[in-house]
Design a protein around this ligand. Structure first.
Ligand SMILES: O=C(O)CCC(=O)C(=O)O
Length: 274
């Protein structure tokens, strides 16, 4: 009988051990599934904030889309540090209205091997390969995934070392981008204002200029110049701005000086050279 009791005790000891092991594995499954749910919720929160956007219709087939939190805030600061320290920034001499001047910001250019060379303001930047900067390859992928139908093979980087650095009115209407380029612009660091201004309507201006001896026409011409449509937006750290349709043909853009500001802003514009 003593033997039987021993066996029962041993038996119930094993059962208890099994029960404990089962309870532990159940708890670990529950914990893992809770962790997965939290991760999925976090991922979906990131995704929905990445995709939440504001569309600005500029008319006549021009459109701008602004994604205020395209990148996670902290990830974007890590990327800022990487870009600030690892990109071979230069401040080239360019030609503006026939005069040489130092570009009022640092820049760098990255492009897929074999794409046509970029030239702007009389300056042809050296094209660095993507593989030299793995974080840029990841960003390229993130932007292509986030902007439906987009594909890019080049990237112009700008660094504004304070409020005296700027980019003046221009459009990225170089023929190598085709008539309706889609340009995606990521911002890091200090917030800066971005302006869009409608290009003057050449036909209307020239017709009005021809008749400018007539007083009412000259008033009309003045009016036409004054009613330039303009939009301004604050480009925030981690945001994405997409310009598409005829925005480059019909609109100029700029990031003006901001005195009293001494923080750095980095901007990446992804483009497709055709
Ligand atoms: O810094 C920006 O947001 C604009 C940059 C820009 O206009 C350009 O690269 O053509």
């Amino acid at each position: 009988m003593g033997e039987n009791l021993k066996m029962e005790e041993t038996g119930s000891g094993n059962t208890r051990k099994r029960d404990t092991a089962w309870a532990e594995s159940e708890r670990s499954i529950q914990l893992q599934s809770k962790k997965r749910i939290v991760e999925e919720e976090e991922e979906s929160r990131k995704k929905s904030s990445r995709t939440s956007s504001r569309i600005i219709e500029l008319g006549n087939g021009s459109q701008v889309v602004y994604y205020p939190s395209f990148l996670d805030y902290n990830e974007a600061w890590k990327l800022f540090d990487y870009l600030n320290n690892h990109i071979p920034w230069t401040r080239p001499t360019i030609r503006v209205f026939g005069r040489s001047c130092v570009q009022p910001r640092d820049s760098c250019y990255v492009a897929t091997e074999g794409v046509s060379e970029l030239k702007y303001s009389g300056y042809q930047p050296q094209a660095y390969p993507w593989h030299q900067f793995p974080p840029l390859q990841h960003l390229l992928q993130a932007v292509e995934d986030g902007v439906p139908g987009s594909h890019f093979n080049s990237l112009l980087l700008n660094r504004y070392n304070g409020g005296n650095d700027y980019v003046s009115w221009h459009s990225d209407d170089e023929s190598l981008y085709g008539p309706t380029p889609l340009i995606a612009s990521l911002s890091f660091g200090c917030d800066r204002h971005f302006y869009l201004k409608k290009k003057p309507n050449k036909l209307a201006s020239s017709v009005l200029k021809k008749n400018s001896s007539d007083e009412s026409s000259s008033k009309q011409l003045k009016k036409t110049k004054n009613v330039d449509e303009q939009h301004s937006m604050l480009l925030k750290h981690g945001s994405l701005l997409v310009m598409r349709g005829y925005t480059q043909r019909d609109w100029n853009h700029s990031v003006p000086k901001r005195t009293k500001l001494d923080a750095v802003r980095i901007n990446l514009t992804f483009r497709l050279v055709l």
